[in-house]
Design a protein around this ligand. Structure first.
Ligand code: 4AD
Ligand code: MG
Length: 470
């Protein structure tokens, strides 16, 4: 395969011939010199290609200077090109090597290219989401995202967790929260015309109501109680009307699930997991992180480093609420025992109290999902959320109720149709074991690592309430 800019920049600048392929970031002219910055997205840096148009210059350009000159003068930002030349030491500051260019071939012109040298707002770039990966910021986000996905697999594979592909279309509400997108092939317009008649879901594609999954957890549990340790990593969907900087309607979730693990084991796993991912990013995404640190969120590198070295703070929900109540003046939403922690509360706990990540455990059962293991107090469940500064919740997990009768009782209390979950309850009938797991929103992770403020800017094509363009 041909060399990428990333490869070429790692070579010795010993005059070797090189071929650069990519997109023009900038073109500058200075007397007889033409400087072209070429970026191919393989790394943050662009490569500088310098044409010397002096007829008898020290670095004579192509013999067909006329043809080269014609391409150079018409060349605009965004065009795709191929440049041939020699890799030499760069006389300029800021780069080790550059290409002493001899020949250029225009591959694809770019007329009235919307991305110019100036800084564009992230809002504007969302409107041209198909072009934004060509900017410094979104190229860097894409590379960090890819690196982190790799690190996720590496982390679990090394610990003998098997990767399971849980279904995307499902008949079950895994969180029991009722915020699912319905999947149907029924003709909506006909249903509207038939106005008032009950809808026959048996005639639907799957012979019953189906939805996009909100979590692969329940199916992951079935595999964990067969393979011991598994993880899911796939898209999940939530039809929540939360128009915030940390919610998407379509996001990717990583869900490890392990048999014979209790809540403490799963908290330890979550802490190791985050530390391993941050370590990976610090080690392998340095150039991109340096950019985020300088231009997006000052101190993001130091924050990652400090998390890697710190022990996470632990607190029960009850203790956390007591602490919040003591500081009630600081909040718009006054905290009380039983309330769902608001983002301002999570921020306070991590930024003002712990100065780092906090794992909150033992939440009231009313604000958590049906499958969580009940504590002896019958009021709280074996739940844990990992909260981080800036973002709040990054991970949510729990020990699962492995006792069939208790689980069924809880589901009945919540008015759930236990018949539909027969297969799930079966796990508690046939060789039940204590088991635990958690879910991490992949975009929240990418947000934390890059410092990007809005979750819509860390996924290529964000889907949120009212918008699913591209
Ligand atoms: O806390 P949640 O809802 O937990 C579950 O879905 C469990 N079934 C996970 C498990 O135990 N296997 O979601 C888990 C994580 C959250 O901590 C958050 O990081 C992310 O998923 N998340 C979202 N990310 C982006 N947009 C949304 N709308 C999200 N909802 C949850
Ligand atoms: Mg949660």
């Amino acid at each position: 395969m041909f060399d990428l800019v990333k490869d070429i920049l790692s070579f010795n600048a010993d005059g070797r011939p090189v071929v650069v392929r990519g997109w023009v970031r900038t073109k500058r002219e200075l007397k007889n010199l033409v400087f072209i910055e070429v970026n191919d997205g393989s790394c943050f840096s662009s490569i500088q290609c310098t044409f010397d148009k002096t007829p008898f210059g020290k670095t004579p350009a192509s013999r067909e200077m006329g043809a080269v000159d014609a391409v150079l003068s018409a060349l605009g930002t965004g065009a795709s090109i191929e440049i041939k030349g020699n890799l030499v030491r760069s006389p300029a500051n800021g780069q080790k090597s550059e290409v002493s260019a001899k020949d250029i071939r225009l591959i694809g012109d770019a007329e009235a290219y919307p991305l110019q040298k100036k800084r564009h707002s992230f809002e504007f770039l969302r409107e041209i989401a198909h072009l934004r990966p060509r900017t410094n910021t979104f190229g860097a986000v894409a590379r960090v995202r890819s690196g982190l996905a790799y690190a996720v697999h590496e982390f679990f594979q090394k610990r003998s967790f098997q990767y399971v592909h849980t279904p995307i279309i499902t008949a079950n509400d895994a969180e029991g929260a009722g915020s699912m997108f319905q999947v149907t092939t029924l003709d909506m317009e006909k249903i509207a015309r038939d106005g008032g008649k009950p809808v026959d879901f048996q005639a639907d594609f799957f012979g019953g109501k189906t939805f996009l999954t909100v979590s692969g957890q329940l199916e992951a549990e079935t595999y964990a109680t067969a393979l011991s340790r598994v993880y899911a990593f796939g898209p999940t969907f939530r039809a929540e009307h939360s128009n915030t900087a940390r919610h998407l309607a379509e996001f990717w979730m990583i869900e490890p699930e392990a048999a014979f693990m209790d809540l403490n084991d799963t908290m330890e796993l979550a802490e190791d997991f985050l530390k391993a991912l941050f370590t990976y990013a610090l080690k392998n995404c340095g150039e991109d992180l340096a950019f985020f640190d300088a231009h997006v969120e000052k101190g993001v590198i130091a924050a990652l480093e400090s998390v890697v070295h710190a022990k996470f703070t632990h607190s029960t929900y009850t203790a956390a609420v007591r602490e919040l109540e003591r500081n009630a003046d600081a909040f718009e939403f006054k905290p009380f025992w039983g309330c769902d922690l608001q983002s301002e509360h999570e921020k306070f706990l991590t930024e003002e109290i712990a100065h780092g990540p906090v794992i909150v455990t033992d939440y009231p059962k009313e604000i958590k999902a049906f499958y969580m293991k009940m504590n002896d107090d019958e009021k709280t469940v074996r739940a844990m959320d990992v909260l981080v500064p800036r973002l709040g919740e990054i991970i949510g997990g729990s020990q699962r109720e492995e006792h069939g009768a208790k689980l069924e009782k809880r589901m009945a209390e919540l008015g759930m149709n236990t018949e539909r979950y027969r297969w799930y309850l079966d796990l508690r009938r046939f060789g039940t074991v204590p088991h635990s797991g958690f879910g991490m929103g992949f975009e929240r992770l990418v947000q934390y690592v890059t410092g990007m403020a809005n979750i819509r800017d860390v996924i290529p094509y964000p889907r949120a309430v009212g918008s699913a363009e591209f």
